[in-house]
Design a protein around this ligand. Sequence first.
Ligand code: SAH
Ligand code: SF4
Length: 389
Amino acid sequence: MTMHPVGRLPEEWKEILATRGERPFRTQQIFKWIHARGVLDPDLMTDLGEPLRQWLAEEGLGDAAHISNVHRSSDSTRKVLVKLADGVSIETVIIPANKTNEGDADLGAADVDAEDDGSTESDAAPRVDVSPGSGDRVTQCISTQVGCAMGCVFCASGVAGLKRNLGAHEIVAQVLLGKRVLEGREEVRNIVLMGMGEPLHNYEATSRALRLMTHPLGMNMSPRRITVSTSGLVPEIARLGEDFAGQIGLAVSLHAADDETRTRLMPINRKYPLAELMAGLRRYPLPKRRRIFIEYTLVAGKNDDLDEARKVARLLRDLPVKINLIPMNSIEASSLGAPDMDRVYAFQQVLIDQGYTCFVRKRRGDDVAAACGQLALLGAKPKVRVDRT
Ligand code: SAH
Ligand code: SF4
């Protein structure tokens, strides 16, 4: 299969354009239009000649993805429904940074640079105020697959099963299209791969998308402002660490600190049990002062025991981590649900008392069911019904 034009890296454009007898600087022009400006309509690429524009149209440049719906919630979170060329829909969520609540851990990545990495220029800015001239920060959550093969019992994507992988162009298109629903002076500050799918189960497309998004000629996102969330695919964690020299942020879905509990919630634990996962995390070439995000979805009666919290504390003892507790959002296909908030805070307190940075992730955009990481397959009926209470 040939690479969709939105998925092409500059060196690939260069080659293709050379075979068409185009001059090298066309690469930069085209790549910039697409990835720096988010323009996917060749007719709007005013500095290109008519034949080149026509060729780009024939290449299907504008056909990768379209916005088919935007749900905006009262907290101005936006869930963007993106329709792909084959008619399948995926979701991406735009989440404004909460400027009134400094301690808010949000999606994990949002504040990571300012706090952990004051060494780099712009990242040394104050965490809360938006300095003059800079935009309002938003975090965008993107999907990497349609559905997911990992089968976690509390997750809508897991229950639905894997429908298909996304191509790099479809992963990136979510960000390019997302620009169109930004408001006022908003700018995407952080990207989290926490939507539908397991990013590391679609490694080729995901890593290509990361290269595209971090390319200086395009979006030019700092890799440190991108976070890949994984259920714990150990070999691919190593690969990611190697391919990007540890610069890409890593979030790991833990959800339990003993193998029995974890396997019950996340079948992938059978393949990569906790000891292997922990060893893999220790090997991740994390830059100084950076931490791994540990996500822990709290499911009532399954993994919310305070004893489990103590086990989490023991398990993570020597790792540089930040823990995000996520009270489970109910999904249609399961009767599992979140514990009472009393229990959630008690669980958090155990970890704080053990010296961990631990946040309870606030729900954002609940009224449009936009909570990131719980992106449903709209209109798709779950394959199986999971009832394990
Ligand atoms: N597959 C990756 C990334 C997508 S899921 C992963 O599992 O990490 C992103 C996060 O949302 C994960 O931590 C996942 O456990 C969490 N999540 C999924 N379904 C959820 C639900 N119903 N309620 C709360 N968190 C959920
Ligand atoms: Fe897949 Fe992540 Fe959902 Fe598990 S939680 S099924 S890995 S998307």
